[in-house]
Design a protein around this ligand. Structure first.
Ligand SMILES: Cc1cc2nc3c(=O)[nH]c(=O)nc-3n(C[C@H](O)[C@H](O)[C@H](O)COP(=O)(O)O)c2cc1C
Length: 231
């Protein structure tokens, strides 16, 4: 296995949900910004639409976010639900160092609607998939730098207040909040389904029109489609 492949796998393995976090960081803010910029620059997006928008809230700004979550959850839930579910969790998130807000901007897909009318229904789905790829990239890279993080979903509860507070365009949709800080506890125990139940590999027989790859698998030879030619 190449060194890059093993580092990548180590990064994937090291990424876990970590909830016990302090309001410190293991790296300077510039490093956090740099890593997230790299993720934005190099993560793929459907049709290369680059729909993902990221807002990073640090320290007091992060606390303000979780104060908003506290107030909106308090207003929207029963006292029992608030005390049992929201209050302790929001306090735990507020005690961390920062939050990455993942937004999706639908505007880049608008231009594609007339060109690809038969795919329009899929655009929202692909936008979510694009967001998920960015979430994994940021989550994994922050944890490679010794930070801990967990992925949260307080949308639509907090949407309006957050948009107003940080001047977020109305059309952007909030997909997830990644809370991070210095870890002070291990991740929870995790179970793994057997890979054999989840991975199915079929190797094609040698046929005309198929090319053998260096790994010994066969690839179907085809001309690039219009979709692949879109930049
Ligand atoms: C799409 C998605 C949504 C998730 N939503 C939440 C969430 O709202 N709150 C939370 O605490 N964890 C959330 N998680 C974290 C998962 O529960 C967690 O990744 C999973 O249990 C595996 O644990 P690990 O992250 O430690 O590997 C989410 C993860 C994914 C991929």
């Amino acid at each position: 296995m190449s060194a890059i492949a093993s580092s990548f796998i180590e990064g994937l393995k090291g990424r876990r949900s970590i909830y016990a976090l302090t309001n410190e960081s293991t790296v300077p803010n510039e490093r956090i910004e740099g890593l997230i910029s790299e993720v934005l620059q190099h993560t793929p997006s459907a049709f290369n639409t680059q729909t993902t928008r990221i807002v990073v809230l640090l320290k007091e700004q992060h606390e303000k976010l979780w104060d908003i979550a506290y107030e909106t959850a308090f207003a929207a839930s029963t006292p029992e639900m608030f005390e049992k579910l929201y209050k302790p969790r929001i306090a735990m998130f507020r005690a961390a160092y920062g939050t990455v807000l993942f937004y999706e901007d639908p505007a880049p897909f608008e231009a594609l609607k007339t060109k690809w009318p038969m795919l329009v229904e899929k655009f929202p789905e692909w936008s979510l998939q694009t967001s998920g790829m960015h979430q994994l990239g940021v989550w994994t890279l922050l944890e490679t730098e010794g930070l801990g993080a967990s992925l949260q979903h307080y949308s639509p509860l907090i949407d309006d207040r957050v948009s107003h507070e940080w001047d977020i365009p109305a059309a952007w949709s909030l997909q997830a909040q990644l809370v991070f800080g210095k870890p002070i506890g291990p991740p929870r125990e995790k179970t793994f389904e057997p890979v054999e139940k989840r991975l199915f590999v079929h190797v094609l027989h040698e046929l005309p029109g198929l090319d053998r790859t260096p790994a010994g698998l066969f690839l179907e030879v085809h001309e690039p489609s219009d979709h692949e030619n879109i930049v």
